[in-house]
Design a protein around this ligand. Structure first.
Ligand code: G3P
Length: 218
C-alpha cells in the first residue's frame, strides 16, 4: 500500500519524506487555506515546492465546478510539474473533465467519494485515483471501511486500473484496516503514520536492552 500524506504543510511533508516511506501528497483547498496560502501565484509556487520535496504524485484540486473551468485549471496545474495529479470533485462536469484528462494523458484524483456508485462512475471515466473519505463517513455513524471493501470488490470484478486512495484517514487503525482490505493508497496526517510505530512493549524492551548493556559495559 502506498503512503501519501494529507497536508500542504512543507515541514510535515519534508519530515515524512525523510522517513523514507512517502509515496505522495494530497492537498485540498481547506488544507491550502490552513497554511495561509492564497492568490494564484502563491498557490502555484506552493505546489511547485511540494513537488520538489516528494518524488511521487501530488494532488492539486481545481476550484471550478464547470467543465471548461476545470479543464482550464487542470491543464495549467498539470503543466507545473510531472508529479501533479489534478483533483476533481465527483459531480457531473467533474466526470466529463476526468474523461477529458484521461484521454489527454493527465492524471486525476476523483475526490469527495462517499458511495460505491460514485467510485464506479469515476473509474469508468478513467480516473487514476478515487478518494473515498473514510473519516467523514465514520463521523456520521457509517463505517467508512465498508465503502473501501465495496469499491475493492467492484474494481476487482472488472479489473479497473483506478487506484483506491483511502482519504480522510484519521488514526493508525484506519491505515491497518485499509491495508487488510487492499486499498492501493492511504492518505492521512503524519501523526497517524508515526503512530504506527508505537507499542509499549517496544519501549520496555528497548529500555531493558540498553540497561543490560550498561550493566556490563558501564
Ligand atoms: O483527503 C481528504 C481529506 O483531506 C479529508 O480529511 O480529515 O478533513 O475529513 P478530513
Amino acid at each position: 500500500m502506498k503512503f501519501f500524506i494529507d497536508t500542504a504543510n512543507l515541514e510535515m511533508i519534508q519530515e515524512a519524506q525523510d522517513l523514507g516511506i512517502l509515496d505522495g501528497v494530497t492537498t485540498n483547498p481547506s488544507l491550502m487555506a490552513k497554511e495561509g496560502i492564497s492568490g494564484n501565484e502563491n498557490i502555484i509556487n506552493h505546489y511547485k515546492k511540494i513537488c520538489e520535496i516528494v518524488d511521487g504524485d501530488v494532488s492539486a484540486e481545481v476550484i471550478s465546478t464547470d467543465f471548461e473551468g476545470m479543464i482550464r485549471e487542470g491543464e495549467a496545474l498539470a503543466k507545473l510539474h510531472s508529479n501533479i495529479v489534478v483533483k476533481v470533485p465527483i459531480i457531473k462536469d467533474g466526470i466529463k473533465a476526468i474523461k477529458y484528462f484521461s484521454d489527454n494523458g493527465i492524471k486525476t484524483n476523483c475526490t469527495l467519494i462517499f458511495s460505491a456508485g460514485q467510485a464506479l462512475l469515476a473509474a469508468k471515466a478513467g480516473a487514476t485515483y478515487v478518494s473515498p473519505f473514510i473519516g467523514r463517513l465514520d463521523d456520521v455513524s457509517t463505517d467508512g471501511m465498508d465503502l473501501i471493501a465495496q469499491i475493492r470488490d467492484i474494481y476487482d470484478n472488472y479489473m479497473f486500473d483506478t487506484e483506491i486512495l483511502a482519504a480522510s484517514v484519521r488514526h493508525p487503525m484506519h491505515i491497518i484496516q485499509c491495508a487488510e482490505i487492499g486499498a492501493d493508497v492511504m492518505t492521512g496526517p503524519l501523526s497517524a503514520i508515526t503512530a504506527l510505530l508505537n507499542h509499549p512493549l517496544t519501549d520496555i524492551g528497548l529500555a531493558k536492552f540498553l540497561a543490560d548493556f550498561k550493566k556490563v559495559n558501564g
